[in-house]
Design a protein around this ligand. Structure first.
Ligand code: ADP
Length: 247
């Protein structure tokens, strides 16, 4: 990793659900061109943070910027158009469509109907096939998505994210529920995509993956960052141990 270049950043980001302050004035800066990890105990606000950043829910207060441009509370398709792609903790795919069809409907785009109408041109099909080959599931293109393994569904979701060429990719638990062989493949893909210049922000519980993959780790507790830095440093931070152990 070279010099620090801020990419995605939040200032004072706040979101409550009833009496629960899920995000509590969070100031977070992720680094351009790096593999950033966002970790923290269950309920510390990681998914809510993702949802606020990607426009799935509106924050109560605070700002989200991408390369200095304000994207706070923009609708999800505008945020996608600004260059942020994301996956979901529980894969979002259409189970009864084929693998190839899933690539073409752009299920990760909110404007599904728009893409259904416009996406089936030869260029998109060629691109879809190339990406399926890249993630290693091109032999499954005619299978219904419900018939492939959960790990393969995660690879399909990642390939679908790549259809829109995002330069920042947010992954919510890419290794969750995935067998070790596919976890390895997902890690390799993330490294390759990062080497091509894409920035990653990854929420992940698999600490081996976080420690081996990421350049920069942000640790959340109770809706805000309590520590950040290289994985080898964060790992030994007493505040982090305390947050996880609840002491
Ligand atoms: P994490 O992803 O770190 O496990 P979440 O963002 O899912 O954390 O949750 C943070 C807090 O916000 C938790 O206390 C959770 O119960 C609460 N929360 C999240 N989403 C909702 C919701 N839609 N309605 C009510 N409470 C929510």
């Amino acid at each position: 990793p070279g010099a620090f270049v801020p990419s995605l950043a939040t200032r004072g980001l706040t979101k409550s659900f009833g009496g629960v302050r899920a995000i509590d004035g969070a100031d977070v800066t992720f680094h351009r061109g790096r593999i950033n990890a966002l970790i923290g105990p269950n309920g510390s606000g990681k998914t809510t943070f993702f949802n606020c950043v990607t426009g799935m829910i509106k924050p109560d207060a605070g700002t989200v910027t991408l390369d200095g441009r304000d994207i706070t509370a923009k609708p999800p398709h505008r945020i996608a158009a600004a260059g942020i792609g994301r996956s979901f903790q529980l894969c979002r795919i259409f189970p009864r469509l084929t693998v190839l069809e899933n690539m073409l409907v752009g299920v990760r785009s909110p404007s599904v109907l728009h893409r259904l109408a416009g996406a089936r041109n030869d260029g998109d099909i060629a691109k879809a096939r190339e990406l399926l080959r890249r993630v290693g599931i091109d032999h499954l293109e005619q299978s219904e998505a419900r018939d492939i393994s959960y790990g393969q569904q995660k690879l399909l979701e990642l390939a679908g994210v790549l259809m829109v060429d995002p330069d920042t990719i947010m992954l919510d638990e890419p290794a969750g529920g995935v067998n070790p062989a596919l976890v390895g493949r997902i890690g390799t893909l993330v490294r390759e995509l990062n080497a091509e210049g894409r920035t990653f922000v990854i929420v992940e519980h698999n600490m081996d993956m976080v420690m081996s993959l990421s350049d920069h780790v942000v640790v959340f507790d109770r809706g805000r960052p309590i520590a950040e830095g290289p994985p080898s440093v964060v790992q030994h931070d007493p505040r982090v141990l305390e947050a996880y152990l609840g002491v």
